[in-house]
Write a protein that binds this ligand. Structure first.
Ligand code: FCB
Length: 445
């Protein structure tokens, strides 16, 4: 099965950036050569990871990076989005781990030699445990530590990096980690969730200042995840619930960044649930962005609950992915255009989009046709947003290869490349071949 786009498509123009994405903890392994992080601790806690697995080996990428760079190059992408392990770069005592830094330098050099643009995320959830031991993101000082780390990185990497994102999906590090309690460190406390969100945004602002000073040539910004919030019924209560969820999960992050204030829902929080915000914080948060990365997977449906708050209604109707997420491509166009109409956005990149499917390796092939269809539909949805007048400069498939899917462990496969964890063999799935053909077709355009 092929992915087809209209030959006039903006996505097929040579300056549109196509890439694949990964994150450090999900692929790197070699945990012995870095500081432990909050996900190591979480994995070691019984019952936290569905299959009881951890990130100690993962895709063994630190040892196999040369092979992986060849794999990325063979896909014909323009760009590779990766994240850095903070604890592979800065040691507990504050000194720089030159072996860790060297690993990234070599990797970035190899990408550059193949003309692949590096989109580097500084923080994709793997906070060093030594910082967690001092309060982690609840401690305001962590935001300043993050800016110091950003400075070290920007000074070390020079022009090897095309683009820096400060944070990946602060919604997850705040809400999933401190309110829903399903991500590390597994806390359930609304005030703490809001405080962590605020400190993450502050960390972003401080790190942006460092990046603009020490890596002014790079495209510097942040990656947010969005999900359109739909009411379960037409009732006024459910519609209100969906609007509240939209403020709480989507606008809570983008509005401070672009307008220097939280959405009005902040005022409706109980006093004991409000984050502490110091004078001047909002101005630091609202640094000008060179780009905004948007991650999209699905929509979310909400109903009003008895606490005058909102609850999500898990989807039951097919088509669903292996995560149980509804396949809802029109939601991508919807959320992109909603943000485009609501805000003055910097150039946008789709920094993650993809699906977990129940893949089977048979005769050295993975016939993941459902994933091919998913990409076809979401590339079309991206195109629809562009045709409606929005500027979108790139698209990254999540993920380059199967990897450690957080609380789900290794059971959920998001890769376009199949990983046999017993042998670490990588095999291109049908979706990788279909995407490779799109990238190649474009170059001949
Ligand atoms: C996103 C994360 C990414 C991956 C995908 C499936 O929220 O950024 O690491 O887990 O979901």
């Amino acid at each position: 099965m092929k992915i087809t786009l209209a030959h006039t498509s903006r996505l097929l123009r040579p300056d549109f950036i196509f890439g694949v994405a990964t994150a450090a903890f999900q692929i790197e392994g070699s945990a012995d050569s870095r500081e432990p992080c909050i996900w190591d601790t979480f994995c070691a806690t019984p019952g936290r990871i569905k299959d009881g697995s951890d990130g100690l080996t993962a895709c063994d990428h630190v040892k196999r990076w040369r092979e992986d760079v060849e794999l990325i190059a063979a896909l014909g992408v323009d760009a590779y989005r990766l994240s850095l392990s903070w604890g592979r770069i800065i040691r507990r005592d504050g000194s720089i781990n030159s072996q860790g830094l060297n690993f990234y330098l070599q990797l970035l050099d190899a990408l550059k030699a193949r003309n692949i643009k590096a989109f580097v995320t500084l923080y994709h959830w793997d906070l060093p445990q030594y910082l967690q031991d001092n309060g982690g993101w609840l401690n305001r000082d962590t935001a300043y530590k993050f800016a110091d780390y950003a400075k070290v990185v920007a000074q070390a990497f020079g022009d090897r990096v095309h683009s820096y994102a400060t944070l990946n999906e602060p919604f997850c590090s705040a809400y999933l980690s401190y309110e829903a309690g399903i991500h590390a460190p597994g806390v359930q406390n609304r005030q703490q969730g809001r405080q962590v969100a605020h400190h993450l945004l502050l960390a972003h602002g401080l790190a942006m200042q460092a990046l603009q000073q020490y890596a002014p040539q790079a495209l510097n910004g942040i990656v947010l995840n969005f999900s359109p919030c739909h009411p379960a019924t037409d009732s006024e209560a459910d519609r209100r619930a969906a609007r509240m969820a939209d403020q709480y999960h989507n606008h809570w992050y983008i509005q401070p960044l672009l307008e220097g204030c939280y959405p009005p829902l902040l005022n409706e929080l109980a006093p004991e649930d409000k984050p502490e915000i110091q004078d001047g914080d909002m101005a630091i948060i609202a640094q000008s962005l060179d780009f905004l990365g948007i991650n999209y997977y699905t929509r979310t449906v909400y109903r009003a609950n008895s606490k005058a708050w909102f609850s999500d209604v898990p989807p039951t109707q097919p088509p669903l992915t292996d995560m149980g997420w509804e396949i809802y491509p029109q939601g991508l166009t919807e959320i992109l255009l909603a943000m485009h109409r609501r805000y003055t956005l910097p150039p946008v990149y789709i920094t993650e989009n993809g699906a977990a499917m129940p893949d089977k390796l048979e005769n050295n092939e993975v016939q993941d046709q459902a994933r091919v269809v998913y990409f076809q539909q979401h590339l079309q949805a991206t195109e629809d947003a562009i045709n409606a007048g929005m500027r979108i400069d790139g698209y990254f498939a999540w993920s380059l290869m199967d990897n450690f899917e957080w609380a789900e462990g290794y059971a959920k496969r998001f890769g376009i490349v199949y990983v046999d964890y017993a042998t670490q063999q990588r095999t291109l799935k049908a979706s990788a071949i279909a995407l490779r053909d799109v990238f190649a077709g474009r170059k001949n355009n």
